[in-house]
Design a protein around this ligand. Structure first.
Ligand code: 5GP
Length: 180
């Protein structure tokens, strides 16, 4: 590993080849499902950016993108459970086929809040695409149509997932453990 935070260890969980293959598979699945339609993708900042830019290159369908930011972990290994929109959409989604693109489903609180909030804006459909999911952590049930990988209850970094804004540039998903 080229760099680590002092007192932390990283272990690769999903390597680059597995990630790229799965993103390609998801892109093909989404393209089949949205063939002939216009799909509006909403990328949740910042952790889903790398996933989004890789995913859209496997979507040979008519798409547009927008970004939203919500409050999340704030430099901690534990979620606060608080969710609020800190950057809203630039676009109107009423009557559109919309997909939330998220990095990871953990407790489910973020995506539960987002789906409830976006539904009030009357999209014609609203689906969820998450690169990762930790099913054992769920507090709110989330109905995600597209999930890249189910992973165990471990804190992961890389491929745009951060710890205190670091590690986003790692090409792998790695488990981060703090030294005892
Ligand atoms: P939630 O608990 O609401 O489902 O997840 C909220 C957010 O917490 C995710 O979008 C993600 O940004 C962050 N998160 C959850 N689990 C992890 C993790 O293992 N690593 C990192 N870096 N962020 C996580």
């Amino acid at each position: 590993m080229p760099f680590t935070t002092p007192g932390a260890q990283l272990k690769v969980l999903i390597d680059e080849r597995q990630l790229q293959q799965r993103v390609k598979d998801l892109g093909e699945q989404i393209s089949r499902d949205y063939q002939g339609k216009h799909l509006h993708l909403i990328c949740i900042l910042k952790g889903a950016c790398v996933f989004l830019v890789d995913l859209i290159r496997h979507l040979p369908v008519d798409i547009s993108i927008d970004f939203m930011a919500v409050s999340s972990y704030a430099n901690s290994l534990h979620t606060s459970g608080e969710v609020k929109i800190v950057k809203d959409l630039d676009s109107i989604i009423q009557g559109r086929e919309v997909m939330i693109v998220e990095d990871i489903l953990d407790t489910g609180l973020t995506v539960d809040y987002l789906t409830r909030s976006l539904r009030t804006r009357a999209p014609s459909s609203l689906s969820i695409c998450a690169l990762l999911s930790k099913p054992t952590r769920r507090i709110k049930e989330v109905n995600a149509t597209y999930v890249g990988f189910e992973i165990p209850d471990e804190f992961v970094v890389g491929y745009d997932l951060d710890f205190a804004e670091r590690y986003r540039n790692l090409p792998t998903i790695s488990v981060m453990k703090k030294d005892e």
